[in-house]
Design a protein around this ligand. Structure first.
Ligand SMILES: [Zn+2]
Length: 247
């Protein structure tokens, strides 16, 4: 009898136990108890090497994540990773392993996508069944509502959400030694971001133990209540929704 070709690569699969979650998309969905709907965002790696022109001395040390390292387009639902810049900045600015910086950038961009396309596991059964008799699940209207909500958020809130969701996800990473390294690198990267990317000490300390449900639901609601005093108040309102669940 002829043998089939191939060798076993998945020796750690064992009946009754889940493998360690390492892939950024799966890690984020598991950490937040969410699933991308109706599909995951498409992720592409690009040889493009975008540049950033500082407008002031303060900006000279900035390495803005969404300009230089990756980006998420809610219109195309595509995550683009600028892997050449990641290697360059990992070596020249952060003295870190490129794969670690790449993982944080991917998580940051997946976090933007999750706010746009994620669905809480517990909400899925009712949503997928809520269609008129004889019809089928209406993901088009789901996407339309989500896109209106996503695009109505100011940058200050987008980056708070992405950074907070990325930070909460890193807090679930195993083994602990790698989690420690990534948390340290997240802080180093955060210190080179514009102010609206910066998470306060209390958010860093307590958000991994908090419940982000109210914050995420608010962000996804196109008719959410808007604070009257502009962007800073909008950001503070978002932060308060998370702080309200701190242990
Ligand atoms: Zn971002």
């Amino acid at each position: 009898m002829q043998r089939l070709a191939g060798s076993p690569d998945r020796c750690d699969i064992a009946l009754g136990s889940l493998p360690r979650v390492e892939h950024p998309t799966i890690l984020m969905q598991a950490a937040l108890g969410e699933t991308f709907r109706p599909t995951s965002p498409m992720e592409v790696y690009s040889d493009d090497q975008p540049t950033f022109a500082p407008q002031s001395p303060e900006q000279e040390h900035w390495v803005p994540i969404d300009i230089l390292l990756g980006c998420y387009s809610s219109k195309s639902r595509i995550i683009t990773i600028f892997h050449k810049n990641i290697v360059q900045f990992a070596t020249a600015k952060f003295n870190c392993i490129p794969a670690d910086l790449e993982l944080i950038v991917r998580l940051h961009e997946y976090a933007h996508a999750l706010i746009h396309l994620g669905l809480f596991w517990k909400d899925e059964p009712s949503l997928i069944r809520s269609y008129p008799p004889g019809k089928e699940s209406d993901w088009k209207s789901f996407l339309r509502t989500r896109s209106v909500a996503f695009r109505s958020l100011p940058a200050e809130v987008h980056e708070f959400l992405a950074q907070a969701v990325c930070w909460i996800t890193i807090g679930m990473l195993e083994p602990l030694s790698h989690r420690d390294e990534l948390q340290e690198l997240f802080i180093t990267l955060m210190e080179r971001q514009p102010p609206h990317y910066v998470l306060g000490a209390d958010i860093l300390g307590k958000s991994p133990y908090a419940d982000p449900t109210a914050l995420i639901s608010w962000a996804r609601n196109p008719s959410r209540s808007k604070p009257p005093q502009g962007k800073r108040a909008y950001r503070q309102a978002a932060e308060e929704l998370l702080r309200a669940t701190f242990p």
